[in-house]
Each structure stands twice: as structure tokens, then as C-alpha cells.
Design a protein around this ligand. Structure first.
Ligand SMILES: Cc1cc2nc3c(=O)[nH]c(=O)nc-3n(C[C@H](O)[C@H](O)[C@H](O)COP(=O)(O)OP(=O)(O)OC[C@H]3O[C@@H](n4cnc5c(N)ncnc54)[C@H](O)[C@@H]3O)c2cc1C
Length: 381
């Protein structure tokens, strides 16, 4: 773990400026679709991807961090979630397709003219047991026929395209799965919003696929390759999650400190209370640890698609975000319960411990490789 290449250089100032220009013209409360369009119109998604990688376009980690930090600063977690899933996993996965529909959808999405939702979590299986999924396609009269359902899909309610993980034969073997590009307006597709007051701007919803007929060129990537490509690109999504987690916890800590400084108890600002200071400092330690782990593992995740490193990072994100935001909410007192206040932010941040894999699943996989992790923790030189 210690022998890693240096962290990537910070993003070119031009990219951060481009993101700034795209976002500054937007009104407060602009929804995810509007933010996505504005980013595309300013060439942000186009510039985000390093092309020429053998696995297709992958986001440059420095640029991805700059983008997510700028979007997070707008203060709408639903919008940030939507941008994160599309840039970090949906578009790179879509780019594994070489047939005309996938190429066209990718070009539209990179330009911000269309949005893509990644529909893996299945109606018939727990998200933690993905290879048990029930959504399947058959080939009938030269057409694909897709049946099943997906749930908790970020952006499903506003998506133009759904990238659906489906099986083409029974059984759990990882070669039994293939991506299918489904136009959201195809006959047999219906989407209903998730019944939640959290992350509403993300357009998260559930998808029913009732005998959806599509030409066979709507398969994305080689049949049987879906799980392998998913695993590679999930590593990037987990890296992106950690980048967003650092930006979000830092932002909420800054706001919490501002409140503690301005609020006096018995003539003393709360910020000067020793117990409060220690509590706050403990949060700083946790976020600094997460940031250090992120910086250490970024080259392995971005460069080598190291899924084990990404799982370790995701487990740390799940544990850190809830602990820090929970303390921030408490330190903001009753005001933390205000509309869209710190308690609401903390509740929304539960997605860090679930989306793309529950924290416990990450921990179980980490325990499976305990020997290798302990070896990497050999004495510092
Ligand atoms: C806001 C939001 C957005 C999402 N966006 C998307 C998306 O865009 N695309 C998509 O495909 N999916 C998406 N998801 C779904 C997400 O990936 C799943 O929720 C996740 O994989 C967990 O699956 P599950 O909810 O079915 O929980 P389950 O698998 O049913 O697990 C429930 C709980 O059981 C425990 N558990 C599970 N496995 C273990 C284990 N091995 N050891 C110990 N405890 C365990 C954990 O506490 C876990 O939280 C989203 C979810 C949310 C909340």
C-alpha cells in the first residue's frame, strides 16, 4: 500500500474554470438535467475523459475531483449524485459499446444533450447479491426481448437512456450477464419515482421492463462481459464517491464551525468550549484520514482499476461520512433539523454506505483479503 506512484497532478486551471463558467450561470436549485446540460454545453464531460486507455474513456481523477467539488458546492446532494454516477460509471460503461446506438447515446450524453442512468440493482435480488438478478433478455425473431425490473436507479426519472444489466442465461457465473441500452421511451418501459424525500433532485426511480423489444445492436459490449466491465468501472465510481465525501464533509464542517463561532453559551462562543473543540477536531482527524487514504489509493484505482483498493476506500467513506455528519448535525443543535439542514444532509449521505455496494459488503471483501492487507501494512521504512 505504501509503494504507490505519486498522486496525479492537480487539474489544469482551464478545466476548473470551464466547470465554474458552466455552473455560475445556473439559477440556485437548478435540477440535475439542467446542470448536466450546462456542463455539456461548456465541454466539461468532453474534457473529463482521458481517451486512449485500453478500457475506453475513463475520467481523469484530478478533473473528476474538481468537477464533483464544484457541483457539491451548490449544496444539492441529489444533483451531485446524478453527475457522479453518469460521469464515473454510466458513460464509461456505455463507451464499451461499439454499435451505432451506444456510440450515438455516448456522443449525446458527453455533449450534455442526453442523460444516461445505470440500472444494475434488480427488483428480484438484493443489491448485495447482484449475480442473483432476475432481469433477462431472450432473442426472438431477430430482436431482443427484455423482461424484469430495476430499483433505486439514480436519474431514472429523467434519463433518456437506461443502461440495463441483464442476464442472457440462468446461473450465477459472471459471464452470464450483458449490458443492454434501453431508450427510456421504448414500449414496455415504465419508470416510477422512488418514494423518498431524500436526494429528490437525483430523479432516483424504479424501472419496469415489460417485454421490451429492441434491435440486437442495443447490446453494449460483448455478451458475457458485463460483470467484468462493471467491476472495472465500479472502481472509478468508488473513487468518485470518496472525492465527493471529502468535499461534502469539508463543506459541512466549515458551516458547522461558522455556527459554533457565532453562537455563545454563558458569554463564550461554543467554539471555545474544550469538549466542542475536541469533538470537532476528531471530525477533522477522520476527514484527514479519509483524504490521505484517497490520495494514497488514487493512482492504484485510477491507473490499475484496483477493485480491492476501491473497496477499502469505499468502506472508509461509509464509516467516515456518517460519523462526521452525525456530529455536525448534533453540534448545530435544533437548527440542524431545519429544512435541508445538517440532519437532512446526514440522512441523504446514507447513500455513501449503500450506493454501489453496502459498507458491510466492502468490509466482508476486505476481511477476505486480510492477509494481503496485513502484508501491505508491514513496518514503515
Ligand atoms: C440513493 C440511491 C441511489 C442508487 N443509485 C443506483 C444506481 O444508479 N444504479 C443501481 O444499479 N443501483 C443504485 N442504487 C442501489 C444500491 O446500489 C443498492 O442499494 C446497494 O447495492 C445495496 O443493495 P440493497 O439496497 O438491495 O441492500 P441489501 O443487499 O438488501 O442489503 C441490506 C443491508 O444488509 C446488510 N448486508 C448486506 N450484505 C452484507 C454482508 N455481506 N455482510 C454484512 N451485512 C450485509 C447491509 O447492512 C445492507 O445495507 C442506489 C441506492 C440508493 C439508496
Amino acid at each position: 500500500m505504501l509503494e504507490t506512484p505519486p498522486a496525479p497532478a492537480p487539474p489544469a486551471a482551464g478545466f476548473a474554470q470551464r466547470v465554474g463558467h458552466a455552473l455560475e450561470a445556473l439559477p440556485e436549485g437548478a435540477d440535475a438535467a439542467r446542470v448536466w446540460r450546462a456542463l455539456g454545453a461548456h465541454g466539461v464531460q468532453e474534457e473529463l475523459y482521458a481517451t486512449g486507455a485500453p478500457t475506453g474513456p475513463v475520467p481523469d481523477p484530478g478533473r473528476l475531483a474538481a468537477l464533483l467539488t464544484a457541483v457539491d458546492a451548490r449544496g444539492d446532494n441529489g444533483v451531485t449524485l446524478s453527475v457522479l454516477v453518469q460521469t464515473a460509471s454510466a458513460l464509461p460503461l456505455l463507451a464499451t459499446g461499439t454499435a451505432a446506438p451506444a456510440l450515438a447515446a455516448y456522443r449525446q450524453a458527453v455533449a450534455g444533450a442526453a442523460s444516461v442512468a445505470l440500472a444494475a440493482t434488480d427488483a428480484q435480488a438484493p443489491g448485495s447479491d447482484l449475480t442473483a438478478l432476475g432481469t433477462e433478455y431472450t432473442v426472438d425473431g431477430g430482436e431482443l426481448v427484455l423482461r424484469g425490473g430495476k430499483r433505486w436507479v439514480t436519474g431514472a426519472c429523467a434519463a433518456d437512456h437506461l443502461l440495463v444489466l441483464a442476464r442472457h442465461r440462468p446461473g450465477r457465473h459472471f459471464t452470464n450477464f450483458t449490458w443492454v441500452l434501453v431508450p427510456a421511451d421504448a414500449a414496455g418501459v415504465s419508470v416510477r419515482p422512488a418514494d423518498s424525500e431524500l436526494l429528490t433532485a437525483s430523479g432516483t426511480g424504479h424501472v419496469d421492463l415489460d417485454a421490451v423489444r429492441l434491435p440486437t445492436d442495443h447490446l453494449v459490449g460483448r455478451p458475457g462481459r458485463a460483470m467484468a466491465s462493471f467491476a472495472r468501472h465500479m472502481a472509478t465510481e468508488r473513487l468518485a464517491g470518496a472525492q465527493w465525501a471529502v468535499a461534502l464533509t469539508r463543506r459541512v464542517l466549515i458551516e458547522t464551525r461558522r455556527r459554533l463561532t457565532g453562537r455563545s453559551v454563558d458569554g463564550q462562543p461554543l467554539w471555545h468550549h474544550p469538549a466542542v473543540r475536541q469533538d470537532f477536531a476528531s471530525c477533522l482527524v477522520r476527514v484527514a484520514q479519509l483524504r490521505a487514504l484517497l490520495d494514497t489509493l488514487t493512482p492504484r484505482i485510477a491507473g490499475e482499476r484496483d477493485l480491492a483498493a476501491a473497496g477499502l476506500l469505499k468502506a472508509a467513506v461509509g464509516q467516515t461520512v456518517d460519523a462526521v455528519l452525525g456530529r455536525c448535525a448534533q453540534l448545530q443543535g435544533a437548527d440542524g433539523l431545519a429544512r435541508r439542514g445538517a440532519a437532512h444532509v446526514r440522512a441523504e449521505a446514507a447513500v455513501f454506505g449503500l450506493g454501489g455496494g453496502a459498507t458491510e459488503l466492502m468490509l466482508a471483501q476486505l476481511a477476505d483479503r486480510a492477509d494481503a492487507v496485513l502484508e501491505e501494512l508491514a513496518p514503515c521504512r
